[in-house]
Design a binder for this molecule. Structure first.
Ligand SMILES: [Zn+2]
Ligand SMILES: [Zn+2]
Length: 191
């Protein structure tokens, strides 16, 4: 007896809007906290994908860092996966004009990447919260949001970690409204 024919399992589950793509080793708990906050704070249905090896072709040996733009560009070009993708690296990221970045996004595009390298704290809960805040900030850019001047908003630019630590896990009401609007647009465009 032949088994009934089923379509292959969908790689792109319709409910997942964002794929978290770990490169190298990232603590599962850090990814789980990130996904939970993307879901709860930005209403982004998030799926954690299988870990991949570090993207060696994006490694800049002279700087001992990974090229954030190169990773984002490659992720954005991938055909399969959720409409939005966010790479997560345990290693340091940079862009040519800056010594380092916590994260990098295509503004209103498909892909972003964040790094846990500089987020480490002896209290793991603080490390996880930092990761979630950076992920939320980059997801805002990914949806098309620019930086915000509101003191208590995650879209505020944080140069230092102590500034990031002071931010609550939320967007200001104006950014929240924009995110909801852009999210609807993103969902509509994918239908
Ligand atoms: Zn930013
Ligand atoms: Zn704001």
């Amino acid at each position: 007896m032949t088994p009934p024919m089923h379509p292959p399992p969908a790689d792109n589950a319709p409910d997942a809007l964002l794929d978290l793509v770990p490169f190298g080793e990232t603590e599962p708990m850090a990814l789980a906290v990130m996904a939970a906050n993307l879901q709860a704070v930005a209403s982004l249905s998030t799926r954690i994908r299988a870990a991949r090896p570090l993207p060696v072709d994006a490694f800049i040996a002279s700087r001992h860092q990974f090229d954030a733009v190169k990773i984002v560009t490659a992720l954005g070009k991938e055909v399969h996966g959720a409409p939005l993708r966010m790479g997560v690296l345990p290693r340091d990221l940079c862009i040519p004009i800056l010594t380092h970045v916590y994260g990098e996004s295509q503004l209103g595009g498909r892909a972003a990447v964040i790094s846990f390298h500089r987020l480490q704290h002896i209290d793991r809960q603080i490390t996880y919260q930092r990761g979630a805040k950076i992920a939320l900030h980059e997801s805002g850019h990914l949806l098309g949001l620019e930086h915000c001047r509101e003191p208590g908003c995650l879209m505020r630019f944080s140069k230092q970690l102590d500034q990031l630590d002071l931010l609550p896990m939320r967007f200001c009401s104006a950014c929240e409204y924009e995110i909801a609007r852009l999210l609807k647009k993103t969902v509509r465009n994918r239908l």
